[in-house]
Design a protein around this ligand. Structure first.
Ligand code: SF4
Length: 96
């Protein structure tokens, strides 16, 4: 599992699904819609070419990698977007 911390989100990549992925769509989407933070190394997405500070500074939190992987990859990416107060709001509305 690769975990990438950005300013307010965490990108989690189940890299065990990446070896059989023919498109590597996540990296293409990152390059096209953001700043190319994700690169493919040995068949899997990686941010090892950057420091954690660079990832924080350059990450745009655009979610493009997740969408690209969902539709053109192997559904390996999940992005956690914590929203303060959401659980209480859903509970109050009976939606939790
Ligand atoms: S698109 Fe998804 S499955 Fe394919 S390499 Fe990227 S993260 Fe892995």
């Amino acid at each position: 599992m690769l975990e990438i911390k950005e300013k307010s989100i965490t990108v989690k990549v189940d890299t065990s699904k990446c070896d059989t992925c023919a498109t590597k769509a996540c990296a293409d989407a990152c390059k096209k819609f953001a700043r190319g933070v994700l690169q493919i190394v040995d068949g899997k997405p990686s941010v090892a070419h950057m420091s954690a500070d660079e990832v924080l500074r350059l990450g745009t939190e655009c979610l493009a990698c997740e969408i690209a992987c969902k539709f053109d990859g192997n559904q390996a990416i999940q992005i956690d977007v914590p929203i303060e107060g959401l659980d209480a709001y859903l509970a109050k509305r009976g939606l939790a």
